[in-house]
Design a protein around this ligand. Structure first.
Ligand SMILES: *[C@@H]1O[C@H](CO)[C@@H](O)[C@H](O)[C@H]1NC(C)=O
Ligand SMILES: *[C@@H]1O[C@H](CO)[C@@H](O)[C@H](O)[C@H]1NC(C)=O
Ligand SMILES: *[C@@H]1O[C@H](CO)[C@@H](O)[C@H](O)[C@H]1NC(C)=O
Length: 581
């Protein structure tokens, strides 16, 4: 009797859940097993409230990709004619039919929704575990992160009504388990000596740069001008995650009087500038906080300090904004979705976005990685150059334990961003052994790099066959110095290593080129890769070094593109000339 009534009740629940009882649920996404590092910890309480997001199918994502390439290929008639906010939104908005189908279905099930993204392609919904299990044929359960003990509610599969196939792209977070972005440079130790500013000499970085790399070293090594940028509309954005925030006082030894004005101005950069760019003392960055990001001047982060010090000091006077993404991330992906949805609301968008955090690609289902990658394409189409560090674990990505296959990093594997690897030493410049590089297993190789990558692959023959996907998007795209960077952190000077160093430096170079372009009445560079791969003269080819990992020696740097240093390190004067400055 009891058993019967249970069956009856669940039958009613199922029947009420759908306006079309014959509109059968079909499995939409599933994983075969609980991902490594998590353990099943029992069913989630029926009344636990889930904050879910629906990604609606965008009406013309192929059109967005096409437009992105049209405005980014130097030989295209539309080169530099970036799209407006409205033009991008028209391509990624759901069709009227999709919008109506999904919203009618939500309403029929008494589910309220809010619109999360400006184009309306993301909807937020809240429901209990019990409702979600019924509506999506799911089994939301507790999963424990075995390292941190933190529990999250996820399901190994979910279904949607057959009639919504082609309208709902995916539901999140469901099969995407929490992934923590890897970031933060490796702290090598305290600086050997108090850094001292010396005037930059013409393109000749001294051997001392091998041991203590400063803004002057970067300027000498790559021929970066030291003159102040002039265009106030040019903007360089730096993002920080996992509670990292940039200290204004490390940047300038400013007094407590300035601390009170911290939220509006910026303090942590001044110690650095006083010692390394005295002409820029007083230059600040602005701060934007999302997902509960904090601006706490008492315990600055090494990554955030590094990123702001090597943008403000290299991109002399380019307006710089630090976007601090806090740890209150309702997006289920550590704020990576929230920051792009935020950037998409801006008009204009920043010209450059520098991010020194990444995930191991295997930790992300294709659905969320693809959605983020398409969001970067939207920003690229509007004229933002998006730079991500390639990672610091060689061919093992950020894998600490053993790996049986090479581990690519995301977003570096997204074809619509520029991935930055690391080099070391000044004469000659060679690759840094930690510089991650490799091949995506989610994203196919884009045309702009196919010739360069095929030539590399022909050179290695069957080496490492089976350890990587030779038809995947290959990274990094370019590289720059990333070893023994001096930073001011917690009122002292430290040395740090990482692709985290190379990324803000490269972003600053792009920003200075944008300053010149804007001042010449031209468009900023936007999505860089088509230009980079057809301009080998603008890079120093790095031909020595490897990136070991997964119990192998890793890939080798060599002539032409390679999965350690990309096409090479930038030569400012040659970049100017290939873009016609
Ligand atoms: C869902 O809950 C979140 C936070 O709990 C809230 O911010 C959001 O507005 C809610 N969404 C809807 C559609 O009620
Ligand atoms: C660097 O050069 C500038 C301009 O020539 C000069 O004013 C300044 O004193 C020099 N700084 C040092 C430390 O030599
Ligand atoms: C290799 O990459 C291609 C292109 O993204 C993909 O279709 C294929 O499934 C990948 N293969 C493996 C074994 O990951």
């Amino acid at each position: 009797m009891v058993k019967l009534s249970v069956v009856f009740i669940s039958f009613i629940a199922l029947a009420c859940a759908s306006p079309h009882p014959r509109d059968a649920l079909h499995v939409h996404e599933r994983r075969d097993s609980v991902p490594n590092g998590f353990a099943h910890a029992g069913p989630a309480p029926d009344d636990h409230v889930l904050n879910l997001r629906l990604a609606l199918v965008q009406n013309n994502i192929d059109g967005l990709h096409q437009k992105l390439y049209d405005v980014s290929k130097p030989k295209s008639a539309s080169y530099g004619k970036h799209l407006s906010k409205a033009e991008v939104e028209a391509l990624v908005a759901p069709s009227a039919e999709t919008d109506t189908a999904v919203k009618n279905w939500l309403s029929a099930n008494n589910i309220a929704y809010n619109t999360i993204s400006p184009a309306g392609d993301w909807l937020g919904i809240n429901m209990t575990v019990q409702q979600a299990n019924t509506l999506f044929g799911a089994e939301f359960s507790n999963f424990k992160n075995q390292a941190t003990g933190k529990q999250s509610v996820r399901t190994l599969s979910y279904s949607i009504p057959a009639s919504l196939k082609g309208h709902i792209d995916f539901i999140h977070p469901t099969v995407a388990f929490p992934a923590k972005p890897l970031g933060g440079p490796k702290v090598v130790g305290k600086a050997k000596s108090q850094p001292k500013f010396s005037n930059v000499t013409a393109n000749a970085a001294p051997a001392s740069c091998n041991d203590q790399f400063t803004p002057s070293c970067a300027q000498e090594l790559y021929g970066i001008p030291t003159t102040a940028a002039t265009q106030s509309s040019n903007q360089l954005a730096v993002s920080g995650f996992i509670g990292q925030y940039a200290s204004l006082s490390d940047l300038a030894v400013c007094s407590f009087i300035l601390l009170a004005e911290w939220q509006a101005s910026d303090l942590g950069l001044q110690l650095f500038l006083e010692n390394l760019r005295p002409d820029l003392v007083g230059t600040t960055f602005s701060v934007e906080l999302i997902d509960g990001g904090i601006n706490n001047q008492n315990s600055p982060g090494d990554e955030a300090d590094l990123d702001t010090q090597y943008t403000v000091s290299i991109a002399s006077k380019v307006p710089t904004i630090f976007i601090s993404v806090g740890s209150n991330n309702p997006d289920g992906i550590s704020g990576f979705l929230d920051i792009v949805n935020y950037l998409e609301t801006l008009n204009p968008v920043p010209n450059v976005l520098s991010t020194s955090y990444s995930f191991n690609e295997p930790e992300l289902p294709f659905s969320i990685a693809n959605s983020l990658c398409n969001a970067y394409a939207q920003l690229g189409a509007r004229g933002t150059s998006i730079l991500f560090s390639s990672g610091d674990g060689g061919v093992s990505g950020g894998q600490s334990g053993g790996c049986t296959e090479f581990v690519p990093t995301f977003p570096s594997t997204c074809p619509f961003i520029t991935s930055i690897g690391a080099t070391q030493n000044v004469n000659p410049e060679v690759s840094a052994s930690f510089s991650s590089g490799g091949f995506s297993t989610l994203f196919a190789i884009p045309d702009y790099q196919s010739a360069a990558v095929e030539s590399y692959l022909a050179g290695i023959g069957s080496q490492y066959a089976g350890l990587f996907n030779a038809s995947g998007r290959a990274f990094p795209d370019v590289s720059a110095a990333g070893v023994n960077y001096i930073i001011a952190w917690m009122d002292e000077f430290w040395l740090v290593d990482g692709t985290s160093c190379s990324t803000p430096l490269t972003a600053s170079i792009v920003s200075l080129l944008n300053d010149e372009l804007i001042s010449a009445g031209r468009a900023p560079l936007g999505f860089l890769n088509p230009l980079l791969y057809e301009s080998p003269s603008a890079f120093t080819d790095i031909t020595s070094g490897t990136n070991p990992g997964c119990n192998t020696n890793g890939f080798s740097a060599g002539a032409g593109w390679d999965p350690v240093t990309g096409v090479g390190s930038p030569i400012f004067s040659e970049l100017r000339s290939v873009i016609g400055l």
